[in-house]
Design a protein around this ligand. Structure first.
Ligand SMILES: NC(=O)c1ccc[n+]([C@@H]2O[C@H](COP(=O)([O-])OP(=O)(O)OC[C@H]3O[C@@H](n4cnc5c(N)ncnc54)[C@H](O)[C@@H]3O)[C@@H](O)[C@H]2O)c1
Length: 302
C-alpha cells in the first residue's frame, strides 16, 4: 500500500532531535523524501554539530527511505534558501516544510539580556520566516502547491520567565495565519501545531504537566497536514498531545462599550469594569494555585 506521503519532498527544521526527529522518521516511513535540517545545538542554542541531522538521515536510510542532512542555523536567510535549493536540486521540488527547530533562554523579563531576547526570536520566529519565505517562492509556482507547518506553544498565552519564547510563539501564530491568507490562491497551505511531548525541552518545565505525550504522538497530525488529504485545511492551529488533537480559536473582540464622541479617562474608569471587564488570564489563575501548592509543600500541576 502506498504511503500517505508517497513521492513528496519534505524538509524538517529541528529534524535531528525531539519532535522534529519523530516527524522526519514518520514522514519517511510514509514515503516522503526527507531533508533533515538541524544545527545540532544544545537547549540554549550552543555547541552546533552536524551529528544529530546525520544520525536521523542514517536511521531513515537504514529503514529503506531517502534522506539528506543540512546542518545550518535556520535563523539565517541563506539557510532557508539553502534548505529549499538543496531539496529542489536533489529531488526536483519541495512539497512540505515543517519548522520545528527551537531553543530556550529562560530569564525573568527584568533580567533578560538583549542576546537572550534576540537568539530566541531569531531561532523560532525568524527561523519560520527564513524557510517559509524560501519554500513559498518555489511552491507557488509548482504543480500541486505545498504545505507549510509551524510550531507554536501554549506559552503563546503568557509564560513566566519566557517573554522571549512566548512572544516568538505568538508571532508564529500570526505569521502562519498571514501566510495562509497570502498564499491560499497559489494552492499553498499554512498551519501550526502546539505540541506537548516528553523531550529535553519539556524536561525543563518546573512543574508536573497533567497533559503530556510522546514526540511520536505529534507526528501523525503533521504527516496528515502534509498530505493531499489535507489540502482544504489552512490557517489553523492544532494542539497535539498524546491521543488529543484540539483546534484553537482566533482572538476576537468579546464585548464593547460605547460613548457619544470621545471617552475621557474619568468616564472609562467609571464604566470599564461593568462595561467590558477583563478577559480571563488562565496563567494568572494557575500561578495563584502554584503559590498555594508551594506554600503547602507540594509540586504544583499544570
Ligand atoms: N516539547 C514540548 O512539550 C513542546 C511544547 C510546546 C512547544 N514545543 C515546540 O516544539 C518544537 C520542538 O521542540 P522539542 O521539544 O522537540 O525540542 P528539542 O530541544 O528536543 O529539539 C529542538 C531541535 O532544534 C534544533 N535547533 C535549535 N536551534 C536550531 C537552529 N538555529 N537551526 C536549526 N536547528 C536548530 C536542535 O538542534 C534540536 O535538535 C519547538 O519549536 C518547541 O518550542 C515543544
Amino acid at each position: 500500500m502506498a504511503g500517505f506521503l508517497e513521492g513528496k519532498v519534505v524538509a524538517v527544521t529541528g529534524g535531528g532531535g525531539g519532535i522534529g526527529r519523530a516527524v522526519a522518521l514518520a514522514a519517511a516511513a510514509e514515503g516522503a523524501k526527507v531533508l533533515v535540517a538541524d544545527y545540532g545545538v544544545g537547549m540554549a542554542g550552543e555547541d552546533p554539530s552536524s551529528e544529530v541531522a546525520d544520525a536521523v538521515v542514517a536511521e531513515i536510510t537504514k529503514a529503506g527511505g531517502e534522506a539528506i542532512a543540512v546542518a545550518d542555523d535556520i535563523s539565517r536567510m541563506e539557510s532557508g534558501e539553502r534548505l529549499v535549493s538543496t531539496a529542489v536540486e536533489t529531488w526536483g521540488r519541495i512539497d512540505g516544510v515543517v519548522a520545528v527547530a527551537g531553543i530556550l533562554r529562560e530569564r525573568m523579563l527584568f533580567n533578560m539580556s538583549e542576546d537572550e531576547w534576540d537568539a530566541v526570536i531569531a531561532t523560532h520566529l525568524k527561523g519560520h520566516f527564513t524557510v517559509f519565505r524560501a519554500a513559498a517562492a518555489v511552491m507557488r509556482k509548482q504543480e500541486g502547491g505545498g504545505s507549510l507547518i509551524g510550531f507554536t506553544s501554549g506559552a503563546f498565552a503568557g509564560s513566566v520567565a519566557q517573554a522571549n519564547y512566548s512572544a516568538a510563539k505568538g508571532g508564529i501564530v500570526s505569521l502562519v495565519r498571514s501566510t495562509a491568507a497570502g498564499i491560499f490562491k497559489y494552492d499553498v497551505t499554512a498551519n501550526c501545531i502546539a505540541p506537548i511531548a516528553k523531550t529535553r525541552m519539556a524536561a525543563n518545565v518546573p512543574m508536573a504537566l497533567n497533559e503530556i505525550g510522546e514526540a511520536e504522538d505529534v507526528a501523525p497530525l503533521v504527516v496528515y497536514l502534509l498530505s493531499d488529504r489535507a489540502r482544504h485545511i489552512t490557517g489553523q492551529v492544532y494542539t497535539a498531545v498524546g491521543g488529543k488533537i484540539a483546534v484553537w480559536s482566533i482572538p476576537t473582540e468579546l464585548r464593547a462599550m460605547y460613548t457619544t464622541g470621545r471617552w475621557t479617562p474619568e468616564a472609562i474608569a467609571e464604566h470599564i469594569d461593568r462595561g467590558v471587564g477583563q478577559e480571563k488570564m488562565p496563567i494568572l489563575e494557575f500561578l495563584a494555585k502554584m503559590r498555594e501548592a508551594a506554600a503547602a509543600g507540594a509540586k504544583p500541576n499544570a
